[in-house]
Design a protein around this ligand. Structure first.
Ligand SMILES: *Cc1c(COP(=O)(O)O)cnc(C)c1O
Length: 391
């Protein structure tokens, strides 16, 4: 490919933010911090989520990692119990499990959709295995989905769906997040919908739902200072996309991960419930979900054709799914960092390297999970929200 396909560099993050979210954040910054407590906006967000995912029980937290932390508690798992997770995930997932004293056991993945390998899952079940986490990596419905669900039901394991990459995606007409016992989602800045940080949970299981309500009601709210920083971070992200001159932020912007959690140390963020301004921002983003997904699907089709033409190894998405396509993953044959920079220069895009270890970014070697390890060395991801004529 000699010519750059995009005149303007395509960013990897924040593309779904519009002036609506920006002005919502600006309005909240002019209000009293006392108004940050969960109220009407959280209630109407929950109603929207309950209707969309046809789930009676909904809870919201300040991140997908906090949502998973609450899921583990709602399942009443005991120290020493095990949750099976794919050997191609991020440290927030392992943290949310191990912070509860529960063991995260890695299971190898398959190469077509980068999801958990069902045969390997069956082999990994032990006497303390209580749950399996089905992760829809890059929003792709797992190649082995049916077998994963069947084995889990047959062996009486709880089924947790990790929909952090897959908000709004579906399989055979069923929304992801409605296939197992309990599911969580993320609105972190790198995900399908963006509130900088945020997450939510849906379940139709009454006993889990009731415990979840208690956990959420007992959960602390973040300090107002955290929310103020979040609102500034969102405004800064929007400005970086839409204006040439970046305002100097009034407060330090929020990082994606805090230093303590990167070191595997407990961080209070894993307990915080969602604050009112974040719920309003999330409602704005979810209202545009069909448009956001259609756009990402167009981007993925573009890369699919391109990969085919270039002879590059892309995923093999299921044809009975509306995949979420958070990113378009390629398995490169040269070292990951080199592949990333070559693609960035050649295509004028910002590329990503999810995941560089099975618990990204924390170093981790798993000789028993060769396919996961191989993906951590070769996977490079392209943005699926591409510039279009109307932009
Ligand atoms: C981002 C992510 C999470 C956690 O979401 P946060 O909102 O960032 O806490 C969980 N699982 C996967 C696979 C993710 O990529």
């Amino acid at each position: 490919m000699d010519q750059l396909p995009f005149a303007r560099r395509v960013p990897l993050l924040n593309m779904s933010l519009t002036f609506r979210e920006d002005s919502c954040a600006a309005r909240w910054l002019s209000r009293d911090e006392q108004d940050y407590a969960p109220g009407q906006a959280v209630a109407s967000l929950h109603q929207h989520i309950a209707e969309r995912w046809q789930s009676e029980w909904v809870a919201s937290f300040m991140g997908g990692r906090a949502a998973l932390y609450a899921v583990i508690r709602a399942l009443a798992l005991q120290p020493g119990d095990e949750v099976l997770i794919p050997a191609f995930t991020c440290q927030c997932v392992t943290n949310a499990i191990t912070f509860n004293g529960v063991i995260a056991r890695f299971v190898d993945i398959e190469q077509e959709t980068l999801g958990m390998n069902a045969e390997r899952m069956l082999a990994a079940i032990g006497p303390r295995t209580r749950a399996v986490l089905i992760q829809y990596t890059f929003g792709l419905v797992c190649r082995d989905l049916e077998q994963l669900l069947d084995v889990a039901r047959h062996r009486q394991l709880w089924i947790i769906e990790d929909c952090a990459h897959a908000t709004g995606a579906s399989w055979q007409g069923h929304l992801l997040g409605t296939l197992g016992d309990i599911a969580f989602f993320s609105s972190e800045r790198s995900k399908i919908v963006n509130t900088i940080h945020g997450g939510w949970i849906v379940t139709r299981h009454p006993a889990l739902g009731k415990r979840l309500m208690q956990i959420q009601d007992d959960a602390p709210c973040p300090a107002p200072e955290f929310i103020t920083r979040l609102l500034h971070t969102l405004r800064h992200a929007y400005a970086s996309l839409h204006s040439g001159s970046l305002p100097t932020p009034d407060v330090p912007l929020l990082p994606q991960m805090q230093a303590d959690e990167l070191n595997g140390l407990f961080s209070p963020q894993y307990q915080w419930r969602m604050a009112e301004p974040v719920a309003e921002l999330l409602s704005l983003q979810l209202a545009r979900l069909p448009e956001i997904l259609a756009r990402r699907q167009r981007g993925a089709r573009y890369w699919q054709k391109w990969a085919q033409k270039m002879g590059l190894q892309g995923p093999k998405p299921r044809t009975d799914a509306q995949n979420g396509w958070l990113r378009y993953p390629l398995l490169a044959n040269e070292p990951q960092a080199l592949a990333k920079s070559t693609l960035e220069t050649r295509l004028n895009v910002e590329a990503g390297v999810w995941f560089t270890t099975p618990m990204h970014p924390h170093p981790c070697e798993l000789p028993d999970c060769p396919t996961g390890m191989d993906a951590t060395r070769r996977c490079v991801n392209l943005p699926t929200w591409l510039w279009e004529a109307a932009d």
